[in-house]
Write a protein that binds this ligand. Structure first.
Ligand SMILES: *Cc1c(COP(=O)(O)O)cnc(C)c1O
Length: 326
């Protein structure tokens, strides 16, 4: 282990850094949802976070901790999606120069947003080049600080502030559903849960197409899989992080999986019933809660929506690919 594992203290420190900078996102309820699951369901809406996803929390926390010298030199990151925007926006706020590697086929909207925050974007080929190698090489040659998307104590501690806010607002829960890619959001949430709601069952949710963490927990070590083919693009990680896995192994027993069809039905639910646009990855948590409803009867259940960044053309494409059921 390269660094000591972060603790709940680090989540609290992150919350202090994010105070007045990150949005305190709303926790929404729906009578229809409560009836459907036969439970009290609390939906923490990180789709309303700055730049549209929880990633701003971890990105800003990591950048805010840098020394003056590190800030002057600048930061580098890679991402096809929300981490790029999170680092770019955080760097803009803190006046730190940022370079982001983005794949040539990244969505035009995400590219424009990242450049709009003032970051320098360098394209790469996601099939023939390894972005983490490109980013660490540049960091070394130019003296920049590399900000990884999930496997970093400051990043995951920042992500944990979403669950911290949820528990502060609604008190302890019986179960909390959190989506899972590299495990930054889940491990950070687990630190908050252990401290504020120790009896709460933590459920990590990954796409059925790529259940690497389910396999990893069974095996007791990290399993690497081929990049999963799923519409949940925020959870297409081939392997969980080393630091995030240590925390998940200790604090999370249950990993559920969800199909693309279930994700689209959940997107439809959020749009029709709760008037929210949620990206496919952001629907993992509630889709899993729907499936687990028989075991949730009468409980207090938390669900974290991780993000809402999807363009309307893609949204309607997915709606017609999987028509409404019941
Ligand atoms: C990054 C991301 C995830 C996955 O988060 P990890 O910390 O890598 O597990 C889930 N949803 C959205 C919207 C994301 O941007």
């Amino acid at each position: 282990m390269p660094q000591a594992l972060p603790t709940f203290e680090d989540v609290l420190a992150a919350a202090a850094r994010l105070e007045g900078v990150a949005h305190k996102t709303p926790v929404l309820r729906s009578r229809f949802l409560d009836q459907k699951i036969q439970a009290q369901v609390f939906v923490k809406c990180e789709n309303f976070q700055r730049m549209g996803a929880f990633k701003f929390r971890g990105g800003f926390n990591a950048l805010a901790k840098l020394s003056e010298t590190q800030r002057r030199a600048g930061v580098v990151a890679y991402s096809s999606g929300n981490h790029a925007q999170a680092v770019a926006l955080s760097a803009q706020i803190l006046q730190i120069p940022a370079t982001i590697f983005m794949p040539h086929d990244a969505s035009a909207a995400k590219l424009a947003a990242t450049q709009g925050y003032g970051a320098k974007v360098i394209g790469y080929d996601r099939y023939s080049e390894d972005a983490s190698v490109l980013a660490t090489e540049l960091a070394r040659s130019k003296g920049l600080t590399f900000i990884p998307p999930f496997d970093h104590p400051d990043v995951l501690s920042g992500q944990g502030t979403a669950a911290l806010e949820l528990f502060k607002e609604v008190g302890p829960l019986d179960a909390l559903f959190v989506c899972l890619g590299g495990g930054g959001l889940l491990s950070g949430s687990a630190l908050a849960t252990q401290a504020l709601s120790p009896g709460c069952q933590m459920v990590g949710v990954e796409p059925a197409a790529g259940n690497d963490v389910q396999q990893s927990l069974r095996k007791g070590e990290r399993v690497k899989i081929a990049t999963p083919v799923t519409i949940a693009d925020g959870a297409q990680t081939p392997m969980v992080g080393a630091i995030t896995f240590e925390i998940i192994k200790a604090l999370v027993k249950d990993i559920h999986t969800v199909t693309d069809e279930q994700l689209v039905q959940t997107m439809r639910f959020y749009a029709e019933r709760m008037k929210m646009i949620v990206e496919p990855t952001g629907c993992l948590s509630l889709a899993a809660a729907f499936q687990a409803s028989a075991s949730l009867k009468g409980q207090k259940v938390g669900v974290i929506i991780s993000g809402g960044n999807i363009d309307m053309a893609r949204f309607s494409e997915l709606m017609s690919a999987y028509p409404a059921v019941d």
